[in-house]
Design a protein around this ligand. Structure first.
Ligand SMILES: *Cc1c(COP(=O)(O)O)cnc(C)c1O
Length: 367
């Protein structure tokens, strides 16, 4: 059996450090917004190259609090439209709905799977006030063009960087999290930087936004029992922050391993029935997922099952066809729908062995 993602193996590398930090936390007994959170916030901001980082309970909340923060600052208002990619994990779209804003779903570029600049231009009108770009599968969007479009139309640019921790832009060498006005990260266990539970963060250089999100995540309060605004409870857990600080030190080397596996796959898989992902060979991709396309997916996944190779689909149903998002059910998004029908994610993780990678290549070439 070749595992899709061996989380035990990934995390067991840090067992001694995790146990030491747990013992220390048990001694210190600061459970909520303690030193581990503030340490992680400053380490992660400095890693991303941003002035600020604020921990949140998860990635969805990080996105939602950015939007609610902008509403609080008067930069967005109820009913404003926000452009989002149609092919994304549903959280991107839910954050817009939770903030009482209106998502406008646009098609991707079929090569990179990332939001298409042309479809953005086609959908911009006076009611559009922001764009959320998602660096899908770990590959950065066309950041330079997105910055141009948002500047030209005076829009907010927000990043959903939940799959792209550590990806480096070729055009200015900035990292994911520092390519827009504000970025949201998830530390869900399967992510490139994953906690042992839920976690998320916002990164930004905007000190007004930081101050609002700090209030919003903690009952509108920075001083105990003094509530300045109507807030939420969405704090990054202190123990998770300690684990994340330990794992952050290995993020770059883990991403390098993912890229090396991707290159081996791309060079090794020569079967014309399998369409390989677009990759320019740079550090702008951290391969959260290695996604191929096939015509007859059921036939292909049955073949993988037979050869004991685990696989996943990111994602099997596009958001506009989900029961929860019935308001979009009339939309026709042929590029997005076509992608969702053909994609399969292959095993990818920093702990895969050379033999496992070769095993996947051999099975795929024999398909
Ligand atoms: C994982 C993910 C999220 C949500 O993160 P949670 O921590 O699960 O809330 C948002 N957007 C994308 C693209 C993701 O992959």
């Amino acid at each position: 059996m070749i595992k899709f993602l061996d989380l035990h193996k990934i995390n067991n590398r840090f067992k001694d450090d995790f146990e030491a930090s747990f013992s220390k936390s048990l001694e210190d007994s600061y459970y909520i917004l303690g030193h581990n959170v503030s340490n992680f916030e400053s380490e992660f901001a400095s890693y991303c190259g941003t002035k600020f980082c604020i921990g949140t309970a998860n990635g969805l909340d990080a996105l939602t609090l950015i939007l609610k923060g902008y509403i609080h600052l008067g930069k967005l208002k109820k009913g404003d439209k926000v452009i989002v990619p149609a092919n994304t994990f549903i959280a991107t779209i839910l954050s817009v709905l939770h903030a009482d804003l209106v998502p406008v779903l646009v098609e991707p570029d079929p090569n990179t799977y990332n939001i298409s600049i042309q479809s953005i231009e086609e959908n911009i009108d006076d009611e559009v006030k922001a764009i959320i770009m998602v660096h899908l599968y770990g590959q950065l969007c066309a950041v330079e063009s997105l910055q141009d479009v948002t500047q030209k139309h005076n829009l907010l640019l927000i990043e959903d960087a939940a799959q792209a921790h550590g990806a480096v832009s070729e055009f200015n060498n900035s990292l994911a999290g520092n390519l827009s006005h504000a970025a949201a990260f998830s530390f869900y266990p399967s992510k490139n930087l994953g906690a042992l539970g839920d976690g998320g963060a916002v990164t930004t250089n905007d000190n007004q936004l930081v101050n609002v999100i700090k209030l919003l995540r903690n009952y509108g309060s920075t001083e105990k029992y003094t509530n300045k605004i109507i807030g939420y409870n969405s704090r990054l857990d202190d123990m998770q922050a300690a684990f994340l600080n330990i794992k952050l030190k290995s993020l770059d080397s883990d991403n390098n391993k993912r890229r090396a596996i991707a290159k081996t796959y791309i060079n090794g898989i020569t079967n014309p029935k399998i369409k390989l992902p677009f990759y320019n060979g740079s550090q702008n991709h951290v391969f959260y997922a290695f996604v191929v396309e096939v015509e007859d997916r059921l036939h292909f996944t049955n073949f993988l099952n037979l050869h004991k190779i685990e696989w996943l689909i990111h994602y099997p149903i596009p958001p506009h066809q989900q029961e929860a998002l019935g308001v979009f059910s009339g939309l026709s998004l042929p590029i997005t729908e076509n992608i969702h029908n053909k994609i399969v994610s292959l095993p990818m993780s920093p702990v895969m062995t050379k033999n496992e990678v070769q095993g996947v290549i051999e099975v795929l070439n024999s398909y």
